[in-house]
Design a protein around this ligand. Structure first.
Ligand code: DC
Length: 229
């Protein structure tokens, strides 16, 4: 099979990672969670006590950061920062905000560009993020912009945090999510918007399995890519 590139973009809580992971498994290709890279840079900035919105302070830290994407035996992606596995440390609400802030800095986007493109050159991939279809893989075979209502997305995020043992207030999760989405959508560089040739898919009230199946069908019928049975 020729190598394929599938781009899944969209706002937070749209279910991109759940669905992209399932699709990767069904298609037998590599799943890349690009948000984890921005979260790791955010984590390093936090560790250095630097201001995530200060482009010069953040850019000055980048040469000291070595980021590595590795896959565990079960296919789970792990980001290593200077040899240390990040695990769940980058999954907190605080790190979501740090990731969003550093992701608006051009030097950070340039720093992470090659890592993302290289992995797509070496493997068939399904990559989830905000600018995969617009900037990272503009020639991707499939481009999907996954979205859902604010309330549905916030409920999912809230349940996910709760499952990880982080008790949070739903209204707070909703407000944080809206702020982060606005920041990601309105930034000057690589804003989180659908590529003109992307298929916009709203999965509000849809279970993850139903969404995965609908996207598999879309990939097969609209884009003509064979699905491994
Ligand atoms: O997908 P996520 O919630 O883990 O992403 C965290 C932040 O990283 C998100 O608010 C914006 C940024 N991001 C980005 O700018 N570009 C990407 N391709 C992925 C994430």
């Amino acid at each position: 099979m020729k190598s394929i590139q599938i781009a899944i973009d969209g706002p937070s809580g749209a279910g991109k990672s759940t669905v992209a992971k399932a699709l990767a498994q069904r298609l037998g290709i590599v799943y890349v969670d690009t948000g984890a890279l921005y979260r790791t840079v955010g984590y390093a900035v936090r560790q250095a006590n630097a201001d995530p919105k200060d482009p010069e302070a953040v850019a000055a830290l980048l040469p000291q950061l070595h980021l590595d994407l590795r896959y565990e035996a079960d296919g789970t992606q792990q980001v290593y920062l200077n040899g240390e596995a990040m695990g769940n440390r980058i999954r907190t609400p605080e790190m979501s905000m740090y990731a969003s802030a550093v992701s608006a800095i051009p030097a950070v986007r340039a720093f992470l560009l090659d890592t993302q493109r290289e992995i797509a050159q070496r493997n068939s991939v399904i990559m989830d993020g905000r600018d995969i279809g617009t900037v990272i893989l503009p020639k991707a075979d499939v481009k999907i912009f996954l979205t859902a209502s604010d309330e549905c997305r916030a409920k999912r995020r809230w349940a996910e945090l709760r499952q990880k043992g982080m008790e949070t207030d739903y209204e707070e999760v909703l407000a944080d999510m809206r702020q982060r989405d606005r920041q990601d959508r309105e930034r000057e560089i690589a804003p989180a918007v659908a590529a003109p040739d992307a298929t916009v898919f709203d999965n509000s009230w849809m279970e993850p399995d139903a969404c995965t199946n609908a996207l598999l069908q879309l990939i097969e019928e609209k884009y003509g890519l064979g699905v491994a049975k």
